[in-house]
Design a protein around this ligand. Structure first.
Ligand code: CAO
Length: 242
């Protein structure tokens, strides 16, 4: 393999330009940075974007919340829909190992949690077998453990795919970095009402921006586009194919 020669990293005396403070990075921040750098450099990433019309799903979610029980955000619905697409398209539920694809017959999905110590990714097991209420409870328990720094290595192991939701914060599309040895990751941004052509008229519809980053060694662009079409169809309960 040819070596890449890079210009040296800039060495700057920041203090020469004004006051600065040095803040120690946490163990999770340092470890996370090393893993993200490895994944960014080693995996040929491509990111596809699409929108799901979640107007009807949102009405259902709000209705369920009014009836009491575990509070449902969009995330449990997303995890369940992702698991269903992974069952339909097993090449996304796989890892690369030398001459082989390791195809997983289980469906464990991780989700990124923004914690005070840094980014952590707990994993929910067998997402394809659980209903949204159960997923909501597990998300809530694992998020709390993540924010309190109480996740065990086992809580973060064995993920087949990751969902990174920034929807509660804001933004429209981003390019998430794949969590190796997985071959794809879904980024979810904030839903918003947008004027949308529904076949005979333009209507305000609640649109959810989706971004799928995928490893071009493991899957190709047509499969990635189909993944997002299948996902948005499941979330929208519509049958658009294009
Ligand atoms: N569009 C619009 N609103 C959304 C939304 C979306 N896509 N997703 C969530 N919301 C709303 C929720 O419904 C909730 O609203 P109410 O309080 O009115 O009910 C609010 O935003 C906050 O939701 P939440 O973020 O607390 O809950 P969640 O289940 O959506 O997400 C968790 C949980 C743990 C994924 C999230 O809190 C988090 O940490 N996200 C950051 C992940 C991250 O850092 N990713 C980047 C990784 S790459 O650096």
């Amino acid at each position: 393999m040819n070596e890449v020669t890079l210009a040296p990293w800039p060495s700057v005396d920041h203090g020469a330009f004004g006051p600065v403070r040095r803040v120690k990075r946490s163990r999770i921040q340092k470890l996370g940075a090393d893993l993200l750098h490895r994944n960014w450099v080693r995996i040929p990433h491509v990111t596809n974007h699409d929108d799901a019309d979640i107007t009807d799903l949102e009405a259902l979610r709000k209705h369920s919340n009014l009836e009491g029980g575990a509070k449902l955000t969009l995330l449990p619905f997303l995890l369940r829909a992702v698991a269903d697409v992974l069952k339909e398209m097993p090449q996304f539920n796989a890892s690369l190992e030398d001459d082989y694809f390791v195809m997983k017959d289980y469906c464990h999905v991780g989700f990124a949690v923004d914690s005070p110590h840094g980014l952590v990714v707990p994993v929910i097991r067998d997402v394809d077998t659980k209903d949204v209420a159960r997923l909501a409870r597990e998300i809530s328990e694992l998020t709390m453990k993540g924010r309190e720094g109480k996740l065990k290595p086992d809580d973060m192991a064995g993920g087949c795919f990751t969902v990174s939701s920034l929807g509660g914060i804001g933004g429209r599309y981003f390019t998430p970095i794949i969590n190796a040895p997985q071959v794809a990751i879904l980024g979810v941004s904030q839903s918003a009402l947008r004027p949308t052509w529904t076949g005979d008229k333009v209507e305000p519809r609640l649109m959810l921006p989706l971004s799928l980053s995928w490893d071009h060694r493991a899957v190709d662009g047509a499969a990635a586009a189909r993944f997002l079409v299948s996902l948005r169809t499941r979330l929208s309960h519509d049958d658009r194919t294009g």
